[in-house]
Design a protein around this ligand. Structure first.
Ligand SMILES: C[S@@+](CC[C@H](N)C(=O)[O-])C[C@H]1O[C@@H](n2cnc3c(N)ncnc32)[C@H](O)[C@@H]1O
Length: 433
């Protein structure tokens, strides 16, 4: 048995041999290659990433392969190197930041090549800086260089940066907004004696030299606000956070009745409601958000959703005055707030709660133990982001239960459901009168 899957960490002392990890890895790799061969799909490579074409049941096998490979890599690097690799992660992120900031992916033709002089001319970054920082990025397969001509060509990663806007925005959000802001986290802890829950006293606010919290700051910075919204769209598809997992985390058919309403609280530009509207027939979706979001969102709504989805300005700290809906849905909302504010958000729903009304909290629900596999670790990485940007946190199931009970004893957690292969869960909450 492989210890990653065993909650009791004492089992880690019975580590398997490198050979046995590699054999497990080989078995998984063979399964994936066999599928690609049978479907006449090229083997995956740094030039062409074909694993997204695997069916859902093999996607889980693919993530497991990555987790095994990561364990093997760390063991083979050894304790000191593996730790230093982590400490030096900032230099890789810096390479990526230079690539992102100067739009270097757009300076290389999609199906051709470019010299460093041409990339410099197109991007405005000096030629020697292009060469140095693109070679840093090439170290993790963002771009490649012809060894004879030294001309730069795309890899699958750099091509995706050039062609997939929400992916590029997700990278931009991490390397320009979140990563740099994290450098202030310990300063915040020192300044406020590790005791602030205020989003405007966050590392993000300190780094941006403002006393505003992120969303208030973004209200006056349309390009950063756009990038944030677009990055959120990336975190809806094609990975362990894929929205298909949301479908299997709750029985949506049970509420899909004529006249039923779902309120998508802090719903941004409505991507979650759009996805759900696709998979339900009757439900009417009300996306609530702040004025500056709601003023932009309807213009981006595809015509097919007009009539099914409406946008309403609503501050989620103020009481809901509507008739009780079938469900209140919150994705990536409560994790942005420390307990005292999360409790206020949950309190604001109380006037519209009746027996049968559901609150569906779709979040990374952390396991109450350390996790080393790459898929499960993502929730812990998000926890670091929440600390940096909001003085907030990801929570365990027990922590959600606690804040719900602290809000109102009539809230009752009915289920916490995380489907196989998902990093996210739905905490399904009911109401007892
Ligand atoms: C992390 S985003 C999540 C967006 C969306 N739920 C999703 O999963 O893609 C948080 C959202 O909460 C909104 N928000 C922040 N403060 C709010 C408030 N006081 N009232 C309503 N919405 C708010 C933001 O504008 C943003 O759209």
């Amino acid at each position: 048995m492989y210890c990653r899957y065993v909650p009791d960490i004492s089992a880690c002392f019975k580590m398997p041999s490198l050979t046995s990890i590699a054999e497990g890895l080989l078995a998984r790799a063979k399964k994936l290659d066999a599928y690609l061969e049978a479907q006449n799909i090229p083997y995956t490579s740094f030039d062409e990433d074909t694993l997204d074409q695997l069916p859902n049941e093999l996607q889980d096998e693919r993530w497991a392969l990555g987790n095994d490979a990561n364990e093997l890599k760390q063991l083979s690097r050894g304790a000191a190197h593996a730790t230093l690799d982590c400490a030096l992660g900032w230099s890789d992120a810096l390479g990526l930041r230079v690539v992102y900031h100067y739009k270097l992916a757009n300076a290389v033709p999609l199906d051709g090549s470019a010299s460093y002089a041409e990339i410099a001319a197109a991007s405005g970054l000096k030629e020697d800086l292009c060469r140095r920082f693109m070679r840093i990025a090439m170290g993790f397969h963002v771009f490649t260089e012809d060894p004879e001509t030294q001309r730069v060509q795309h890899t699958a990663s750099s091509k995706r940066l050039a062609t997939d806007q929400s992916f590029s925005d997700a990278v931009g959000l991490e390397v320009e907004d979140l990563g740099p802001a994290s450098s202030k986290l310990i300063d915040v802890w020192e300044k406020y004696e590790q005791n602030t829950a205020e989003p405007n006293q966050s590392a993000f606010s300190m780094f941006n030299e403002t006393d505003k919290p992120i969303f208030a700051l973004f209200a006056g910075q349309p390009e950063r606000a756009r990038r944030f919204g677009s990055a959120m769209r990336h975190f809806t598809k094609g990975d362990s956070w894929d929205l298909r997992h949301m479908l299997s985390s709750f029985d949506w058919l049970s509420i899909d009745q004529p006249g039923a309403q779902v309120v998508d609280i802090g719903g941004g530009n409505g991507q979650i409601s759009q996805y759900l509207a696709h998979h339900t027939t009757h439900v009417h979706y009300i996306v609530q958000d702040l004025a500056y979001v709601v003023s932009q969102a309807p213009s981006q709504l595809p015509g097919e959703f007009k009539g099914r989805i409406e946008f309403v300005e609503h501050d989620f700290f103020t009481p809901q005055t509507m008739e009780p809906p079938a469900a209140f849905l919150m994705r990536y909302v409560l994790h942005n707030w420390a307990d005292k504010y999360a409790i206020r958000i949950l309190q604001s729903l109380v006037p519209a709660m009746r027996k049968g009304t559901k609150v569906l909290i779709y979040e990374y629900v952390l396991e109450d133990r350390p996790v080393t596999d790459l898929t499960g670790r993502f929730g812990f990485q998000m926890d670091a982001i929440m600390a940096t940007v909001f003085n907030a946190q990801e929570r365990t199931a027990a922590e959600y239960e606690r804040i719900l009970k602290e809000t109102d004893s009539r809230y009752v957690v009915e289920a916490v459901c995380r489907p196989e292969g998902s990093t996210m869960s739905i905490v399904q909450v009911g109401w007892t009168d």
